[in-house]
Design a protein around this ligand. Structure first.
Ligand code: IVH
Length: 706
């Protein structure tokens, strides 16, 4: 079909054609990026894009929000096979100043029970702003390369990684199984050059080197990756069949000998002060380095100590990232808009005149809460300093009062006593910094946010069903509750009639939903979006209660106990046995327990849970590899002074063996391990007939398993 020359199109015709083009191009993008099976030649596809661009050029006002010109070569959202990491890919805790680093080393010392004068050498490495990847070598041959993903499961990007010069295909003299981990990144020069080429080709321009590296690596077509100048620094490892070094530094040396690039700035520091001096030095050079870094990572050098230190909440205890100070810029605050969050928190959001901060355009920033607005003394119309640090949300940190000229151009922020979305009362409870909408699930904003959280990556992680889809499905009443997602299949026709959806994409999403009907208990708990229940706490609860049924029963009972004894604020044991057990789960405490029971006290939430329990198969929590452990599933309390290990080490080891560690003794306690100086807890154990072990007995008991 020949089309009329663009110059002859009427406005109505142009509008119609732009809509068609948006749909066609989205369709072909999905075939190309998601299915890896294009249905048209590159030339035909380019012609569609060119036509779209020409029409937009003649009618700029008709350019659509979803215009294909906005998302050329977008990163594919799916299409890679999943890879289970043999050992999890961890993230790092952050330190923001020297004190945090001193604390980090002091904690490690305490954990290891070291004398003050024992040297704790650290390896300091620049923190590269790229993407981590894991490279599995078997008998010296590169077999599988994967992204980090959620840490437990990543995507198979072997073909893409093979295109990097700095990733050797074969290595000599390595353990039979060796997973080398490190950062894939793009140098700044290469990034600028790539963007120039992209611009010349009317293709997507990347916001920063990191995005460019990500977009280049996650291409289904590895030929595209091959054209992108990606690099790799090796700094860590996953599964290995035999030890290959006894220090972090030694490991870096082995990597280099095998032909990997390690970062030339890395060095061993013999004290915290030496490490901080290094941080300062690198910070000075930061702008002159050929690649972006956002801080320094310190790692305990001795690997036997790394092993003992282990990890907590998916980050190692033996490493920390000391961030560089944030980048700042000045702009005008155009408005303050209240956003309603998942738990009803009202957050004032600054709408800003767009400004580039550290290479990224920022037009929104958080103002945290009304006290923060008062503290800053900020008014709409003010010049403000915005700050962006790494991947955190930009924030307004300062008002430039000297820029105020015309008082009439300024407006004070007014605190709302009603939710701007549903009109319910917005209250700020005593001692709380945030104001909250009291509308619960009747507030559309809250339910949308909860649903977004429900499908988010760390929760149900349904491939192809992102936050944007959730919002538009709710708007169009395709879904209203989490359970509705699993009934979407019945609405396949509605889905197909929507713009941008074809048979293939609809069926892919429906299949992805089907696949997620089976989910682990900890993910499920996290997905509910209960206040204060993040991933780590969700895991604690899953471990403690084991099954959905057991957890629900306990939480519901605790909610009843709490309602009946609401005046016993500070004494959980007076509220009731089940509530007290909940408070006693390590790291939970009264505040978190109260948020949990309030969730269960709401009839609406119970309905959502009933619905999900009927639809889903929530797997019981499996404690990893502790089948042979004599203490798996046992509840242990440590008390008194321990001599062969520190308290945290004892706790970490017990947990690794599948035991639960509690803070106080009850009928449910299986063992109390008492060292010298044990007091009331040992006494209580005697009263309750709970076996009391010496540290030696305990070590004998678990000895075989350690
Ligand atoms: S060590 C347990 N070393 O930072 C090992 N990470 O915030 C964890 N990163 O996901 C990583 N440079 O992508 C390590 N020299 C370095 C690093 C580094 C950059 C990234 C990495 C990781 C993230 C954690």
């Amino acid at each position: 079909m020949t089309k009329a020359p663009v110059i002859e199109l009427s406005e109505a015709e142009a509008r119609k054609e732009l809509a068609q083009l948006a749909m066609q191009i989205a369709y072909h993008d999905a075939r190309y990026y998601q299915d890896d099976a294009p249905e048209v030649s590159d030339a035909e596809y380019d012609a569609l894009r060119l036509r779209n661009a020409e029409i937009e050029e003649r009618f700029p006002e008709l350019r659509r929000k979803d215009s294909p010109s906005n998302r050329v070569g977008a990163a594919p959202s799916s299409g890679f096979a999943k890879v289970q990491h043999a050992r999890p890919m961890l993230s790092l805790a952050n330190a923001f100043d020297g004190d945090d680093v001193h604390d980090f080393v002091a904690r490690a010392r305490r954990f290891l029970g070291l004398e003050a004068e024992t040297e704790v050498a650290l390896v300091a490495e620049p923190k590269i702003d790229g993407l981590s990847a894991s490279l599995r070598y078997e008998n010296g041959i590169f077999r599988v390369g994967a992204t980090r993903g959620d840490g437990a499961e990543g995507e198979d990007i072997t073909r893409n990684l093979r295109t990097l010069d700095e990733i050797p295909e074969r290595i000599e003299g390595a353990p039979d199984v060796l997973e080398v981990r490190g950062e894939v990144y793009m140098s700044r020069d290469d990034f600028f050059a790539l963007n120039q080429r992209q611009e010349a080709n009317d293709a997507k321009v990347f916001a920063n080197p990191r995005n460019a590296a990500a977009g280049s690596l996650r291409q289904l077509n590895a030929d595209i990756t091959a054209e992108r100048p990606l690099k790799f620094f090796a700094y860590s490892w996953g599964e290995v069949s035999e030890p290959f070094a006894d220090s972090q530094w030694g490991a870096l040396e082995r990597f280099a000998a095998w032909g990997f690039t390690t970062n030339p700035l890395s060095r061993v520091c013999r004290s915290v002060n030496e490490a901080l001096a290094f941080h300062g030095e690198v910070l000075e050079q930061r702008a002159d380095l050929p690649y972006d870094i956002d801080g320094i990572v310190y790692k305990v050098d001795r690997l036997d100590w790394q092993d003992r230190l282990g990890m907590v909440s998916r980050a190692p205890r033996w490493a920390i990232a000391h961030k560089f100070p944030a980048e700042q810029a000045v702009t005008v605050l155009e408005d303050i808009v209240i956003q309603v969050g998942r738990t009803g928190a009202l957050t004032p959001v600054a709408h800003l005149a767009p400004v580039t901060v550290g290479g990224v355009v920022v037009s929104r920033a958080t103002l945290h809460n009304e006290d923060e607005i008062a503290r800053l003394g900020v008014k709409v119309g003010d010049h403000v300093v915005v700050q962006r640090a790494g991947d955190v949300i930009p924030q307004v940190v300062e008002v430039l009062v000297e820029h105020r000229k015309d008082a009439a151009a300024l407006r004070d922020f007014e605190v709302l006593d009603r939710c701007p979305v549903c009109g319910s009362r917005a209250v700020r409870e005593e001692g709380e910094a945030v104001r909250r909408c009291t509308g619960g699930l009747i507030c559309p904003a809250q339910s949308v946010e909860r649903m977004k959280h429900f499908v988010s990556r760390e929760a149900f992680d349904i491939e192809g069903l992102g936050a944007k889809h959730i919002v538009s499905f709710i708007e169009d009443k395709l879904i209203a509750t989490p359970g509705d997602i699993f009934r979407l299949r019945e609405k396949r026709d509605d889905l197909l009639s929507r713009e941008g959806w074809g048979e293939q994409s609809a069926d892919n999403v429906l299949q992805a939903i089907e696949d997620r009907k089976s989910i682990s208990l900890d993910r499920f708990i996290y997905a509910l979006g209960i206040r204060q229940i993040g991933q780590a706490t969700a895991r604690l609860l899953a471990r403690q209660y084991g099954s959905l049924e057991a957890w629900r029963t306990a939480m519901t009972a605790a909610a009843v106990e709490r309602a009946e004894n609401s005046e016993e604020m500070k004494k959980p044991e007076l509220v009731g046995e089940i509530y007290s057990e909940l408070c006693n789960v390590d790291q939970i405490g009264i505040s978190v327990a109260d948020d949990l029971v309030s969730f269960f006290a709401e009839a609406q939430n119970q309905e959502v849970l009933n619905d999900l329990a009927l639809t889903l198969d929530v797997e019981n929590f499996e404690v990893a590899d502790t089948s042979g452990s004599p203490v798996a599933g046992k509840t242990v309390v440590f008390t008194g002074t321990l001599e062969t290990m520190t308290r945290s080490e004892a706790k970490a080891r017990a947990e690794a063996l599948g035991a639960k560690v509690a803070g106080s003794v009850s009928k449910k306690t299986d063992y109390v391990v008492a060292g010298p100086g044990a007091g009331s807890k040992a006494k209580k154990a005697e009263e309750l007939d709970v076996p009391i072990l010496s540290e030696e007995d305990w070590n004998d008991l678990v000895g075989a398993a350690v």
